[in-house]
Structure formats: structure tokens, C-alpha cells
Ligand binder design. Structure first.
Ligand SMILES: [Zn+2]
Length: 185
């Protein structure tokens, strides 16, 4: 099991401290998007792409709304930022996301060559930035973004917990409602 590294590679305290306030501010923006996703009936995950201190794109999970298993917030944010910048490569950009990226999104982050990824809650079941595996910092891949996990972790995790708590239905009804499948992520 790979170890979790909240911050990697290590950066000097002065640099990390200078970024901390901005990271919290942008994560609050991402959390607004996450809440909007939850209000629309999707699992509440939001993402923002920032370049030179400016928001390039904001996106939210739209899996249920779009009937698309790949419509994760990070995928939509990466596509939107690429269109906005006229370039598939997002060097110089930071992605803020409220949940640890899954394998698909971590793969897309590497392909898009994002400089930095900052996420909030860890995802023990599907996270590929250190929980289940680590695509973002895989030694064999030729691009490894800087990764910072756990920014506003508790806020993001509580948003997810509340979403699933509100939707919990008696076990006897689950089969009838979902055809016996698990609650979608
Ligand atoms: Zn994903």
C-alpha cells in the first residue's frame, strides 16, 4: 500500500506558508462548485483551474446529470482549461479539487502536464494520489505534478458524508430503487 504524502515534493516552509492562504481561498471556490453539484443531485465534488493567480475554469461533477461516468469535476475542468487556453497542455496551472482524484482523473492530470494539484478530502476507496495507488507521483511516468492533499479536508469530507446521509433510504427500498446496485460515487 503506497504511503500517503500530504505534500510532495517537500517545499521550503516559506514557500509553503506563502501559498497556504491562497490554497484555502481557491479550495473554498472549489467547495462552492461541489455544493452546486450536490444541489443538482450529483456527488458533491468541485474543481477549479488557476493560472497566474486567476481562475481559468470552474467545474463540478456531472455524472448523474450528463449520464456520463467520465464527467468528474477534474475531467471537465481540464477540458475547459485546455479550450480556454487553446492548448491541451496545462503547464503553469494548478488544479484545486475537493476530493482526491480517481485513477482516470489522475491519468488526465499527468497527460495535461498540470504543475500542481491541491485536493481536500482523501478517498480511501478510489483515490489515486496516495490512497489506493499513486498515479500522480508514479516513478515511471515522465510527468509528476507537485501534490498537496488535505486542504480544507474536513469541510469537503463532511459535504460528502451529508450528501450520502441525506440520500440514505431503508435497506428494503434500496434494491427496488437502484436495481440492487450500490450508490453511485
Ligand atoms: Zn475522477
Amino acid at each position: 500500500m503506497p504511503r500517503r504524502f500530504p505534500l510532495w515534493p517537500p517545499v521550503p516552509d516559506a514557500v509553503a506558508g506563502g501559498r497556504a492562504a491562497a490554497d484555502v481561498r481557491w479550495m473554498r471556490r472549489a467547495l462552492e462548485e461541489a455544493r452546486a453539484a450536490g444541489d443538482a443531485g450529483d456527488v458533491p465534488v468541485g474543481a477549479i483551474v488557476v493560472h497566474d493567480g486567476r481562475e481559468i475554469v470552474a467545474a463540478r461533477n456531472r455524472m448523474v446529470q450528463d449520464h456520463d461516468a467520465t464527467a468528474h469535476a477534474e475531467m471537465l475542468a481540464i477540458r475547459g482549461a485546455a479550450v480556454a487556453g487553446g492548448d491541451a497542455r496545462l503547464g503553469g496551472c494548478t488544479l484545486y479539487v475537493t476530493l482526491e482524484p480517481c485513477a482516470m482523473c489522475a491519468g488526465a492530470i499527468v497527460l495535461a502536464r498540470l504543475d500542481r494539484v491541491v485536493f481536500a478530502a482523501w478517498d480511501d476507496k478510489a483515490g489515486f494520489a496516495g490512497s489506493v495507488g499513486d498515479v500522480l507521483r508514479h516513478p515511471r511516468l515522465n510527468h509528476r505534478p507537485e501534490v498537496q492533499g488535505g486542504v480544507l479536508e474536513e469541510e469537503a469530507a463532511e459535504l460528502l458524508r451529508a450528501f450520502f446521509r441525506d440520500r440514505r433510504v431503508p435497506a428494503t427500498e434500496v434494491g427496488a430503487l437502484s436495481g440492487g446496485t450500490d450508490v453511485p460515487r
